[in-house]
Design a protein. Structure first.
Lengths: 443, 290
């Protein structure tokens, strides 16, 4: 019973994180999460589970309705969901992604129990050789499934790597394009890069190149139709729950690797069977959304069972838990695992309700006349940049990065700019992984 | 004397809180030793009436830039070790003049440890296999110490750098490397995951982990780091008061217990002058090319 309030508070926070780009789960863990640091680690864990799950469910809604990624894992939802919304199939996109996300979470949970007898071998996903294979597959798929010609994708990948490698990297001992400016030592901030290189060209296409009329943000609940479409994609849901489960264990990348890798895999399949006729492919959307929700379960496992936080928000969670008398230890987690599972299950039921039958209520705040909606979209692009810039006391740097990336995005506006941002997102892990691979196996 | 000191601190606290709280600039994210110490100081200083505002800057260069540019009375927790740690990161360095001007007092110390993925590994068995090169996973800032200490102990080693200690620990458990070198506070986490720390770079056993000399027969080389407090924008009286306040906190009984639970060494019984000299050497003499 004591966990009901923190779980609901976590869900409410997740809804905010999902609806307002820039207010990520890390920021919420630092601020609101602090109020749930009780002497029982379960309280803050319940808050975190609610926050993590709800942000994934609701982030997809924003991506589908506005073409804005609430989280970096929502990029495929922008690419495939937003065109569906523009074609008047928003209800279908919202319904099927909510259902597939829900099943993705449960399949991931079931998968964990199925492989429990050999769970100790899961740690081998952190093996550098394995990570190098995963990153390489993801990178190759980026080129393979992109709508661009190969040379365009390669140029974009080069731009992505260069943007991603800016800064000092202690792990491999590089100091790249910092020009001796301390504010560049930490690298380029993610939000302005995503907004400039990806969101802006996508919105441009939707606004000026699409023939679709602006749609009202109102979804029709069609339970039978949504379930039938989800049922028709049962294999996609199953396969990408498994992909998401394993990607959720990859340090630092977790949900963003899960959704993007699943998207690339499914899209390549759709292309191969000539089922891909352009952005707005439902199965690719389902694959990505199933996968990132499957990852929200597995991402917790290294922290709970091995005490290894693998994302920034988990570091904060871990710190909060260590402040309790109990701390984080295996015995405590095993004794309370059923409670945590119950919390996860309940959260997913509530999130399903929020992201599907209650989608209109959640997005009511954005139900505005078309002209005003355009203004809101502009606000939602600029707000996260200004907000995070102010928060980091680096407003000029954030705005400057956005301007630079907007120029890049607009130069490539007629192409699919996803390779730039995906390569940007994984480049550090990718290069560090290769460097370690070289040190371990070659040096 | 203690009463006078407490009164002086209280007066200083009143003066500063009415004006504004001291900025506690944290040159790190919400994790790691500097953050943990800053959080503890923030809470304990408040108990004796010294209000500080924690300002988490996320990274060392950013924290240092803030500390250098602010015009508010500020303190900053620096971490220095031989050829490693924060004060060697580009943008986080102190010149000798800046060190002399800003150094206030030492706060804590920490030692490092060598850990294995499984229990029952004996260091003496490793030395018997002279043909073998062992791989040690570590975060980049501790690579020098890992290599220097293990070579001094007679092992052929190769260090593999990871983003942070958690990633290095995960790498060891995934079979990337033979051992893991990190802050000794990782020992309980290694034990939870089925491993064991073989030695700590402390003079004696540390929280149950054997000291390096007792295991290898050689003294540790630069295996410890000092966390010390720097201050800016304070006059002599303010500096004296903040120094007294921090010293009162770090030598208190409550902090001794806290430090033990967090695997920090306290500065009790150590000469402040020696610690300052050691920190100064770490900052100004021992450098590695990054």
């Amino acid at each position: 019973m004591e966990l009901i309030f923190p779980t609901l508070a976590g869900i409410a926070s997740g809804v905010v994180a999902g609806l307002i780009p820039g207010i990520g789960i890390t920021a919420l863990m630092i601020s609101v999460g602090l109020f749930f640091v009780a002497d029982s680690p379960l309280v803050v864990l319940a808050y975190y589970i609610g926050l993590l799950c709800a942000s994934q469910y609701v982030g997809s809604m924003l991506a589908i309705s506005f073409g804005l990624p609430g989280e970096s894992s929502s990029l495929p939802a922008v690419k495939e969901g937003y065109p569906l919304f523009q074609r008047g199939q928003g209800s279908l996109a919202i319904g099927t992604t909510a259902i597939s996300s829900f099943f993705g979470s449960f399949i991931s949970m079931a998968l964990f129990f199925a492989i429990l007898p050999v769970a100790e071998y899961l740690v081998y996903i952190w093996n550098t050789n394995m990570l190098v294979i995963i990153f390489s597959v993801a990178m190759l798929l980026t080129f393979y499934i992109s709508d661009n010609k190969l040379w365009v994708s390669l140029i974009m990948a080069a731009i992505g790597v260069n943007l991603g490698m800016v800064g000092m990297n202690m792990t491999i001992g590089t100091n790249y394009m910092t020009f001796e400016q301390w504010w560049l030592y930490g690298g380029l901030p993610m939000i302005p890069v995503l907004m400039g290189c990806f969101v802006l060209p996508e919105l441009w296409k939707a606004q000026f190149e699409s023939k679709a009329e602006a749609k009202e943000i109102k979804f029709k609940l069609d339970v039978k139709d949504n379930f039938e479409h989800s049922r028709a994609s049962w294999l996609v849901i199953l396969v990408h729950s498994i992909v998401g489960f394993f990607c959720g264990l990859v340090p630092a990348l977790t949900t963003k690797l899960a959704s993007n890798l699943s998207y690339f895999l499914q899209k390549s399949k759709e292309v191969r069977y000539n089922n891909y006729t352009g952005p707005g492919n439902l199965k690719s959307l389902i694959a990505a959304e199933t996968s990132n929700n499957a990852a929200t379960f597995s991402v917790l496992l290294p922290l709970l069972f091995l005490g290894i936080p693998i994302t920034t928000s988990e570091f904060i969670l871990y710190d909060h838990i260590q402040d309790t008398t109990t701390g984080l230890n295996l015995e405590y987690i095993l004794n309370n695992f059923d409670i945590l599972l119950a919390c996860f299950v309940a959260t997913n039921f509530i999130c399903l309700a929020l992201a599907w039958p209650m989608a209109n209520t959640c997005l009511a705040v954005y139900r505005l006349p078309a002209n005003l909606l355009k203004l809101v979209t502009v606000f939602l692009v600029l707000f996260p940049i200004i907000y995070t810039g102010l928060l980091e006391e680096q407003l000029l740097f954030y705005v400057g990065t956005f301007i630079l990336c907007s120029v890049i995005g607009m130069i490539f506006r007629r192409y699919d700019t996803m390779p730039i941002v995906f390569v940007f997102l994984i480049s550090r892990e990718f290069i560090e992984g290769f460097h370690r691979f070289y040190v371990i196996n070659v040096l | 004397m203690k009463r006078i000191l407490t009164m002086a601190i209280a007066l200083f606290a009143m003066a500063t809180t009415t004006a504004s709280a001291i900025e506690l600039v944290i040159p790190a994210g919400n994790k790691g030793g500097i953050y943990t110490i800053s959080k503890h100081l923030n809470a304990e200083l408040a108990k004796i009436g010294v209000e500080t505002n924690m300002d988490v800057q996320g990274s060392c260069p950013k924290g240092m830039a803030k500390f250098r540019s602010t015009d508010k009375p500020s303190i900053y927790i620096a971490s220095s070790a031989k050829n490693s740690s924060h004060t060697f990161v580009k943008g986080c360095d102190f010149t000798e003049a800046a060190f002399e001007e800003q150094y206030v007092t030492p706060a804590f110390m920490a030692v490092m440890a060598l850990c294995a993925p499984k229990k029952g590994v004996k260091f003496s068995d490793l030395k018997g296999q002279g043909w073998k090169t062992y791989t040690i996973g570590t975060d980049a800032s501790r690579a020098w110490a890992a290599q220097a200490n293990m070579e001094a102990a007679g092992l052929k080693v190769k260090t593999v750098n990871y983003k942070n200690s958690s990633a290095a620990r995960a790498g060891m458990m995934a079979g990337d490397v033979d051992f893991f070198w990190s802050n000794a506070k990782e020992a309980p986490k290694v034990a939870d995951a089925g491993g064991e720390c073989l030695l700590a770079t402390s003079a004696d056993d540390f929280n149950g982990v054997p000291g390096m000399k007792s295991v290898t027969g050689v003294d540790p080389i630069g295996g410890s780091n000092i966390y010390w407090v720097a201050a800016r924008n304070m006059d002599a009286a303010q500096l004296k008061s903040i120094k007294a306040a921090v010293e009162q906190v770090v030598t208190s009984e409550a902090t001794q217990e806290w430090a033990k639970s967090k695997w920090f060494l306290t500065i009790n019984g150590k000469s402040a002058a020696d610690l300052k000299a050691e920190a100064k050497d770490y900052v100004t003499v021992f450098t590695v090319d990054r």
